[in-house]
Design a protein around this ligand. Structure first.
Ligand code: ADQ
Length: 412
């Protein structure tokens, strides 16, 4: 059976659709960073051509899906790149069962209102049978955008338009925890863990693992660590921050600027607080392989996740899965979707408040074992019982149920 089928887009379309509308407009907007603010007229013109390209690219996906569709199939559309898919699919064949899931936050309707194509996008998604988000808040924002912008009726189950209900609900994603738990038991990883522990002996290890994206709050995190070092000279050579940042969208000027900014801050802090033999921050601009990542998660005392906004944030889940023996502390942004599931076990912080993050670092590093164990237990139970498999099965089974219920309603 063919498991993956490509959709080919030419370079111009990739620029306008993927780099443009998806990543220059929707991504920042959905993360509360607003719309791009260039010269107004130029923006309007380029906005329209990017939006046209977005619709065209979505049509190309529909062509490929339709070619492979077999009656009875369930079609699950993912993310902000494909918001027109539900509409275009149903236009081709109204019998298709279509679900749409958003991996990013869905912002407050006040933010969504600023988007020039706001109504068209919402209407295109509403054609789906089931619309899913990571958290109840995002689902609520979507329903209120539909009521305020489109004037439709919100119900406890979703959005109603002339008797047709689109079900809207929260489906928090998870990870495959077994994969991480098994990995850290492998002899070669145990060996790697031992090497890392020797390498950082006598120091507490703090860890950040993020794509190098503005939403991940990396500069804010490093500035908070600097403030912690400033205020706690006793810790200077007793703690190290390992920040692993995978470069993304490296051809985009804003991302290049972010990389330079992070390098500059790291250089300054290492210059201020480092010695001839040690530095307080190890910053890597690259991704790690799975085993390397698991070993790092396992030796970490405090994970520091300070996203300014994040749909869920799976790094926090992966860290918890690898901490069965160490029981390290998770400092987590209250603006990550994961804060709603791991909030009782993590230390929640406002990533914009550098002073608060700095004092949370001190609290985490000094936390007594009993409290660490209690917090870890809470998170571990959640991560191991809310898996990616359960997430996918729940979404698909709800999609099937929603369609059966809709058919029953029509017959009544
Ligand atoms: P992302 O923004 O990519 O995903 P996240 O959920 O944290 O964010 O997942 C990142 C994945 O990449 C993790 O599996 C992590 O292990 C891996 N990764 C990150 N940095 C790495 C590194 N330096 N080396 C190796 N691997 C690295 C989007 C949304 C999130 C949402 C997910 C899933 O932005 O909010 O949680 O989708 O829905």
């Amino acid at each position: 059976m063919q498991r993956c089928v490509p959709v080919f887009l030419d370079e111009d379309l990739v620029n306008l659709y993927y780099n443009g509308y998806c990543n220059n407009i929707l991504w920042p907007l959905f993360h509360y960073l607003g719309l791009p603010q260039e010269d107004h007229l130029a923006t309007t013109r380029s906005f329209q051509s990017q939006f046209d390209a977005y619709k065209k690219a979505n049509q190309l996906f529909v062509d490929v899906v339709s070619e492979h569709y077999i009656e009875g199939d369930v079609i699950w559309c993912h993310d902000y790149h494909l918001m027109f898919l539900p509409k275009y699919l149903k236009e081709r064949n109204n019998k298709m069962k279509v679900g749409w899931f958003l991996h990013t936050p869905f912002p407050s309707s006040e933010i969504q209102r600023t988007l020039p194509s706001r109504s068209e996008l919402l209407r295109a998604v509403l054609v789906a049978d089931l619309v899913g988000f990571h958290t109840y808040d995002y689902a609520r924002h979507f329903v209120s955008a539909c009521t305020r912008i489109l004037g439709l009726e919100g119900t406890p189950d979703g959005v109603e338009d002339q008797g047709k209900l689109t079900r809207v609900a929260a489906f928090p994603i998870g990870i495959d925890p077994g994969r991480f738990i098994r990995a850290i038991q492998l002899p070669q990883i145990k060996e790697h863990i031992k090497e890392l522990e020797e390498r950082f002996a006598g120091r507490k290890v703090m860890l950040g693992v993020d794509r190098l994206d503005m939403i991940k709050g990396i500069p804010q995190k490093i500035l908070a660590f600097e403030k912690f070092l400033e205020e706690n000279p006793d810790w200077h050579d007793k703690v190290v921050l390992l920040q692993i940042a995978v470069p993304t969208r490296t051809d985009v000027p804003e991302y290049q600027k972010l990389t330079c900014q992070v390098h500059e801050i790291v250089g300054r802090i290492n210059g201020r607080f480092g010695s001839l033999t040690t530095v307080p921050i190890h910053h890597l601009d690259r991704s790690l392989d799975f085993h390397g990542l698991c070993a790092l998660y396992a030796i970490t005392d405090v994970a520091l996740i300070t996203s300014l906004r994040d749909g869920m944030n799976l790094v926090s889940y992966e860290f918890v899965a690898c901490q069965a023996s160490k029981k390290g502390v998770l400092i987590l942004s209250e603006f990550a979707g994961a804060a709603q599931s791991l909030g009782a076990g993590a230390i929640l912080v406002n990533p914009w408040n550098i002073t608060e993050v700095a004092s949370s670092i001190g609290y985490a590093l000094n936390m007594p074992a009993e409290e660490r164990e209690k917090r870890h237990h809470h998170n571990f139970v959640h991560v191991t019982s809310h898996t990616s498999q359960e997430w996918a099965e729940t979404f698909v089974s709800e999609l099937n149920d929603t369609i059966v219920e809709a058919q029953l309603r029509i017959r009544q």
